[in-house]
Write a protein that binds this ligand. Structure first.
Ligand SMILES: [Zn+2]
Length: 288
């Protein structure tokens, strides 16, 4: 069944576990994420980044996920990740996505709030949840403290823009870390005191386990996993081809190998985040 973010994230924040939002790029990744959720009885968020839409058309993703989620008894959120254009949000809602992220994090506070309010105005009447981002999560490298989320601004942002979930910057980076990853957990707990909506961390691949555990305890209810799924899939294909030498190899065999290894990594995260076995914890209200 398809549900929105609030149905799976509110119980998660309340009971100190988190959901993975797993980025998908094609049919095999969708299939791997749903198979892992089903095997572990875990609610799940399928995330498709705006920048991947050129490879995986939005209507196709929605049709595939809706069809595959129909017969599953775990709640599935179909989420548009990092939309910078309201046009993508409109398309996603029209196609049947149950959740969207508007990313105005590069804008100044007032403009970010204004853009986010427009996204909420599009989404909420259709029962679609909205995640926004405050502070900057940088791409591959070292996170910069002056881009971190300010707790007071977070409060103002959530009050004015009225979002369902807030992605914050406290030290994670998109892609791979250069140097020792760190998280500003003191800042996280200050933000969690100011903001009651579920908090989101992007850029979790490569973060040490103890930091992830602490972040979940402090109020993070959604963790985005992207890079590691792709790495696992590619590694499985590399290994498979290396074992085959020059033998003729079928494309579907390669994809089965990649899928198998991606199911493994998604299950590992579901167990670690504590979402496995939490199907019943979600509000059992199917939208579709
Ligand atoms: Zn992100």
């Amino acid at each position: 069944m398809l549900v929105d973010l609030t149905q799976v994230l509110l119980p998660a924040r309340r009971h100190h576990y988190a959901l993975g939002a797993f980025n998908v790029y094609n049919l095999e990744t969708v299939d791997a994420v749903l198979a892992a959720a089903s095997e572990l009885d875990s609610p799940v968020i399928i995330a498709l980044g705006e920048r991947y839409l050129k490879h995986f058309p939005i209507q196709a993703v929605a049709a595939i996920v809706k069809t595959m989620a129909q017969d599953l008894c775990v709640p599935v959120v179909l989420h548009l990740d990092h939309a910078q254009k309201l046009e993508s949000i409109e398309q996603a809602i029209k196609a049947g996505f149950t959740s969207v992220m508007i990313d105005g994090s590069k804008l100044i506070l007032s403009e970010n709030i204004a853009l986010t309010k427009r996204a909420v105005a599009l989404a909420r009447p259709r029962g679609v949840s909205v995640e926004a981002e405050l502070g900057r999560i940088v791409r591959t490298g070292a996170a910069e403290a002056d881009l971190f989320t300010d707790p007071q601004e977070a409060r103002q942002f959530v009050e004015e823009a009225d979002v369902d979930a807030l992605a914050i910057a406290i030290g994670t980076v998109h892609g791979l870390y250069k140097g020792e990853p760190m998280l500003d957990l003191a800042r996280l707990s200050q933000i969690a005191e100011q903001v009651s909506v579920p908090l989101v961390l992007h850029g979790v691949s490569g973060l040490p386990d103890h930091l992830i555990k602490s972040a979940i305890q402090l109020g993070v209810a959604k963790l985005n996993v992207n890079t590691e799924i792709s790495i696992q899939g590619v590694d499985a294909i590399r290994g498979f081809l290396a074992n085959r030498g020059n033998e003729n190899t079928r494309l579907e065999e390669l994809m089965i190998e990649a899928r198998h290894s991606m199911v493994g990594v998604v299950k590992k995260y579901m167990e670690f985040f504590g979402s496995s076995g939490k199907r019943q914890g979600s509000f059992a209200m199917a939208r579709h």
